[in-house]
Ligand binder design. Structure first.
Ligand code: IPD
Ligand code: CA
Length: 266
């Protein structure tokens, strides 16, 4: 079956905007609190995460009933169309909880297991990044291009930390080693937006261990379509073990440093 990526993109853009309006309104109207914790006491979920995922799932599957769905807050559906949606209803939940503006709705469409469309929408800044495989990455009508910084000492590097305390301790040690070798480190708190920042040249590189599929799917395509190499170390695919995103020259220069610092071992 041939799938129209233009149709998937239009749908993802519309649904991301609707979910973004919902979570922003909920944040403005009511006190947001922790509804539950998940993998550890620091891994929180709010009612807004759940409401956003319900909205996204209902809207996508109403428009395209045969599609599959995977959402961070537990939503899943097997599909028969070959299209599978991978969704983070709020990426940056801790920022959202504290009223910090760095959070996003992230929606990706996979066809036969490959991400072909990605949309990341920050409802506070009203910025929407999008990409279609093979057709580039875009923000506000502008085609995106990663930075051309080629040396680690000139690179602003984004990172993040998982929720498991043991893993977090190892990640902190690796970042401490890297800090002495790069321009500086940023920890913004939303992996999808970190990847979009690489796409936009607001970061030169991004590295994080332990990402789930919904953290990576849309932002990873957006960074790649803006010219980033998005992968693990030593030719591995990007995934839970490690995600590195940077222009290919910087990626190669960072690779031995990341390996020596201990990234990809947790
Ligand atoms: C988290 C954020 C954070 C990253 C974590 C993610 P969530 O997602 O993207 O920046 O460091 O690895 O789990 O929990 O806010 O959806
Ligand atoms: Ca989330």
């Amino acid at each position: 079956m041939t799938v129209s990526t233009a149709e998937l993109l239009d749908l993802a853009l519309r649904v991301a905007a609707e979910a973004g309006s919902l979570v922003r309104r909920l944040r403005e109207e009511a006190e947001v609190s922790v509804a539950a914790t998940k993998s550890s006491p620091t891994d929180v979920v709010t009612e807004s995460d759940r409401a956003s995922e319900r909205l996204i799932r209902d809207a996508l599957l109403t428009a395209r009933p045969g599609d599959g769905f995977l959402g961070e807050e537990g939503g899943s559906a097997d599909g028969s169309s070959g299209v599978h949606w991978v969704v983070d209803p709020i990426d940056g939940t801790v920022n959202y909880l504290y009223g910090l503006p760095t959070y996003a709705v992230s929606i990706a469409a996979e066809v036969d297991g490959e991400v072909v469309v990605g949309v990341v929408h920050n409802p506070v800044s009203s910025e929407t990044w999008s990409a279609v495989r093979g057709e580039g990455a875009w923000l506000a009508g502008r085609r995106l291009q990663v930075s051309q910084v080629s040396v680690p000492e000139g690179a602003l590097v984004g990172t993040g930390f998982g929720y498991d305390p043991g893993v977090r301790a190892r990640q902190g040690a690796a970042v401490a080693t890297l800090l002495a070798q790069v321009r500086d480190i940023r920890r913004a708190g939303a992996a999808s937006l970190d990847l979009c920042s690489v796409a936009t040249g607001r970061l030169d590189a991004y590295v994080e261990q332990g990402l789930a599929p919904w953290d990576l799917a849309a932002g990873g395509l957006i960074a790649a379509e803006a010219g980033a190499r998005v992968a693990g170390l030593g030719g591995a695919e990007a995934g839970r073990r490690l995600v590195v995103a940077a222009n290919p020259v910087l990626f190669s220069a960072l690779e031995p440093l990341l390996s020596e610092a201990g990234f990809g071992t947790a």
